[in-house]
Design a protein around this ligand. Structure first.
Ligand SMILES: [Zn+2]
Length: 579
């Protein structure tokens, strides 16, 4: 009895995709054509400027700490992609950023430095922080300014007027130093809700002093799209044109992208964000989602240009994954546009329609963002799924080939045992190639043994040591390798790869990058599934799977598959080059 309207929540986690046939016509209709236009120029469209702050705000992500070398590599990636601004950090605040700002690190993009407005009580020319900022080779300076009177009082401890004066004087000093000036109005939306007049006065002070951009920040990330739309419109109505406004959104309600787009709809023309949405707490607005949306969705693509070319857009999946690689983390499979699952379909009924008419199930063509269509192998898939999936892997098989039926029943049987081929494409490919009779026996495993020992070392410290012994037969010759490792799987991995005879050089560039263990509940006879991700020097990544009642045995299966897959791929590549 609250007098409020009720929102009903419906959970569909448990629904299997094969029940989804009723939805087919519905999603099938919602296909948006891709606007045809180039990167920018004479299209009569308005320009949206993209500002990347991966190297500054993104650096706030827990566990992320870029070195100067990392920053140089990332700045190059951002510059080549076509962002208008690359913000490099906060020179003077720490040795890394100071070193990074010794040189200009971009060629096309404007190189931006971040820093505070001058302190109250000193003149701009006497503020050492401001002087340090102005002396860098940055093209643009992004000042952070308080725009919530509460923060001015509590954090700065100065008067509202002194804060306005600091904004004006800092912008003027940057312009006098030949820099493009912009002002990040920190906590703008919360400040506006608390005291709209003062928040607006801060934005107006920046505008009046000549700032190229006045950036409205949702620093706490709690603002909703409807509020962003309304507040941006109010700022424009107060006399600051949208062509001078930017948006800086955080993702604390999962709406940083929506908030950025709402600001654009309301008139803002600069969008700030980071690669893959990294940033403190829940992250910043994800430019990897925003860019394709601005460029591919007619509502935006029809009205706006960005500085990014079609060719660059087709490299955005690679950019996103290369950045994850640099962060040493696995790419998010469900990331919009660029995730491995972004264009993957599981259901049999969807899959056959997808193959006939891909547009019916895809909101944009995957190749526009450098991604690819995937029809996943699963126990729900039909025969057409398998044929398509095999074809995608360069394996031709006729629909009436009896080995295909063998493969399908084998996959179903093994998935029932706990194998998960959707997440282990390399093991699936090996199983398919073996069933179709195209995988040679490279290595025979005669036996392996694994030992874990806890003991005192020479210094009397307690240590747990793992040792593995692997016996293999290669080309009729038995080989035995022994290795120690951090754990039993690590020891096995090292021993396994220690002496592979004539295959040794081929697997030298392989590395294990991820290892996942799941205990599948079967009561007393619980079984373990191990998924292993490997990569090589060429940047290829592949997942393999092992299942057993014993975790070491499951790991060994996955490790062996990873090696054999690499050997098979090498032969495929050699054959392709020879052809
Ligand atoms: Zn921020």
């Amino acid at each position: 009895m609250t007098g409020k309207e009720r929102i009903y929540l419906f959970d569909t986690t448990l629904r299997s995709p094969s029940d989804r046939s009723g939805e087919a016509s519905e999603d099938g209709q919602i296909r948006e054509s891709v606007a045809r236009h180039g990167g920018g120029g004479m299209t009569g469209k308005e320009r949206i400027y993209l500002f990347d702050t991966t190297l500054r705000d993104g650096q706030q992500t827990p566990g992320v700490d870029f070195s100067v070398e990392d920053k140089i590599v990332i700045a190059r990636m951002l510059d080549a992609f076509g962002f208008d601004y690359v913000e490099g950090g906060y020179p003077g605040a720490n040795p890394t950023d100071t070193a990074f700002f010794r040189e200009k690190r971009t060629e096309r993009a404007k190189f931006a430095a971040f820093g505070m407005t001058k302190r109250a009580g000193v003149s701009a020319s006497n503020d050492p922080g401001l002087a340090a900022l102005l002396s860098t080779p940055a093209d643009a300076i992004c000042f952070v300014a308080k725009s919530w009177d509460y923060h001015v009082r509590v954090a700065l401890g100065c008067t509202n007027e002194e804060n306005l004066e600091a904004i004006e004087a800092s912008v003027a000093a940057a312009i006098a130093a030949g820099k493009e000036a912009m002002v990040d109005c920190e906590h703008f939306f919360d400040g506006f809700k608390a005291n709209p007049d003062y928040a607006l006065a801060c934005a107006r002070a920046a505008f009046a002093a000549g700032a190229r951009w006045i950036v409205l920040c949702d620093t706490n990330g709690g603002t909703l799209p409807s509020e962003v739309r309304e507040i941006v419109a109010t700022v424009i109505a107060s006399g600051i044109p949208g062509s001078r406004l930017g948006i800086h959104a955080h993702d604390d309600t999962g709406q940083a992208v929506a908030n950025s787009l709402a600001a654009v709809e309301a008139g803002a023309r600069q969008v700030q964000g980071t690669l893959n949405g990294i940033g403190e707490r829940c992250g910043n607005a994800d430019l990897v989602t925003i860019v394709p949306t601005l460029m591919l969705k007619p509502a935006f693509a029809g009205r706006f240009d960005t500085g990014i070319s079609r060719e660059a857009l087709a490299g955005i999946s690679r950019l996103s994954h290369a950045f994850d690689e640099l962060l040493n983390r696995a790419p998010e499979p469900q990331a919009p546009y660029v995730g491995a699952s972004a264009f993957a379909t599981k259901a049999g009924i969807h899959a056959s329609a997808l193959l006939k008419e891909p547009q019916t199930y895809e909101h944009v063509p995957p190749e526009t963002v450098g991604n690819s269509r995937k029809v996943m192998v699963s126990d729900q898939g039909g025969k057409s799924n398998f044929i398509a999936e095999l074809k995608r892997r360069g394996i031709a098989v006729a629909k009436d080939d009896p080995r295909l039926d063998t493969l399908i029943s084998l996959v179903k049987e093994r998935e029932a045992e706990g194998y998960a081929y959707e997440g282990a494409d390399a093991s699936f490919e090996l199983l398919a190639r073996r069933t179709l009779g195209t995988v040679p026996v490279f290595i025979e495993v005669d036996s392996f043994r694994c030992m874990v020992e806890r003991r005192h070392d020479a210094n009397g410290n307690l240590r747990t040591v793992s040792e593995a012994v692997v016996k293999l037969t290669i080309d009729g010759e038995q080989r035995m390798s022994v290795a120690e490792g951090d754990g039993p799987v690590n020891a096995l991995d090292i021993a396994l790869r220690k002496d592979l005879g004539r295959y040794q050089d081929e697997i030298a560039d392989m590395a294990l990058v991820d290892f996942k263990v799941r205990i599948l509940n079967g009561g007393t006879d619980a079984i373990t599934r191990v998924l292993i991700e490997s990569r090589d020097a060429a940047g290829a990544r592949w997942w393999t799977v092992g299942v057993s009642e014993n975790i070491i045995d499951a790991s060994f299966q996955a490790l062996m598959d990873a090696i054999v897959y690499k050997l098979v791929r090498n032969r495929e590549a050699t054959a392709a080059n020879a052809a």
